[in-house]
Ligand binder design. Structure first.
Ligand code: ZN
Length: 346
């Protein structure tokens, strides 16, 4: 996999010419400099942004950004695309599947492409980008004193491999019976109920560690072909390890679901790290935690297994932010070296 930047990186790459081209499209002939704009107007402008569907072209962001009246002012516009943020910091992976961990001032509000983002009492927040996200996003931070800061974020375009897995139990791939479909529906309801709420506590802020070490046998986002059938992209990262290997909480959190017999997932634990960021651990042979329980980073939550849809023992670790899959591997460093020969996928 390509090495991704973990430094704060803003959209310095947006050329001024592209920016002005965008301005020319959006501006309807009136010339206005230095317009005083209320916070509400900016927030409203931000809300409009999310209704505009774009597919990642930089000029689109320029056009969308110009929905705000303030963007008619050249210096303001330039700030959005080239200015370093003064009232917040964000750190993490500026890439598809990436998560950015942010810090702003107390009492500030944050939106990403017009959608509100949870900010805690200490000004911490996070945002994530899906596998197929647009290549740019607009972050608006509004401070209690009325200051509004708008910044364009550039998101790296990633390529995802094709991953063929054969030898899966066909009953876990397609041609489900009525009884199997009923079980799948019950499982889905349990997951939906477990994902109704999140905690305000920023348990994610201490950072993440690998829950298991071993060979990475599957990566996030790969195009899956299971027993010859094209399926959804792989939702997480697979780490091959022997059955019984302890799984450690990669960060603190509240257990939202602990089920030992899900149809596809097998033994499953959902862990809420706060601010709508969740880890899921699949195919477990043993579960040591209960819903509602708080776990600290490094606590054993259960053990690796080969339950559910698998070809061999491994941990499948996936993550969602606000219901959208993101790449857990981008939250941790390189896998520590360790030789494991178990073949395993899905
Ligand atoms: Zn997997």
């Amino acid at each position: 996999m390509r090495k991704l930047s973990f430094r704060a990186k803003f959209a310095f790459g947006f050329g001024v010419s592209a920016m002005l081209a965008g301005a020319a499209i959006a501006q309807d002939a009136k010339h206005t400099d230095d317009i005083p704009v209320s916070d509400n107007a900016l927030i409203e402008a931000g809300k409009k942004v999310k209704n505009i569907k774009t597919e990642g072209e930089k000029v689109d962001l320029a056009r969308r950004a110009n929905f705000a009246e303030a963007m008619n002012d050249v210096s303001e516009r330039q700030e959005v695309f080239t200015g370093a943020p003064e009232h917040f910091t964000i750190d993490g992976s500026f890439a598809q599947g990436g998560i950015l961990f942010g810090q702003t001032e107390r009492g500030a509000t944050v939106t990403l492409d017009g959608d509100s983002v949870m900010v805690d009492d200490d000004g911490r927040f996070l945002v994530g980008f899906g596998r197929d996200s647009a290549l740019s996003a607009l972050m608006v931070v509004a401070l209690p004193d009325g200051t509004v800061e708008r910044r364009a974020i550039e998101i790296e375009d990633r390529e995802f491999p094709v991953d063929r897995i054969d030898g899966l139990d066909q009953s876990k791939v397609s041609g489900f019976t009525e009884a199997q479909l009923a079980k799948i529906a019950v499982d889905r309801k349990k997951k939906l109920a477990a994902r109704k709420d999140t905690q305000q506590l920023a348990d994610w802020s201490v950072g993440f560690e690998w829950p298991v070490t071993g060979r990475i046998s599957g990566v996030f986002g790969s195009q899956r072909i299971l027993n010859g059938e094209p399926k959804n992209p792989h939702s997480g990262v697979d780490v091959a390890a022997p059955t019984g290997t302890p799984i450690l909480a990669p960060a603190p959190g509240i257990v939202r679901l602990a089920e030992d017999d899900m149809y596809f997932e097998g033994g499953l634990v959902l862990l809420d790290h706060g601010h709508w960021l969740e880890s899921a651990f699949l195919h477990m042979s043993r579960i040591d935690v209960e819903p509602g329980q708080r776990v600290e980073k490094g606590d054993v939550i259960g053990a690796v297994g080969a339950t559910g849809r698998v070809t061999g023992p491994h941990l499948h670790w996936s993550m969602k932010w606000a219901g959208m899959l993101v790449d857990p591997q981008l939250t941790v460093g390189a896998m520590p070296l360790k030789k494991v020969s178990t073949p395993a996928g899905d």
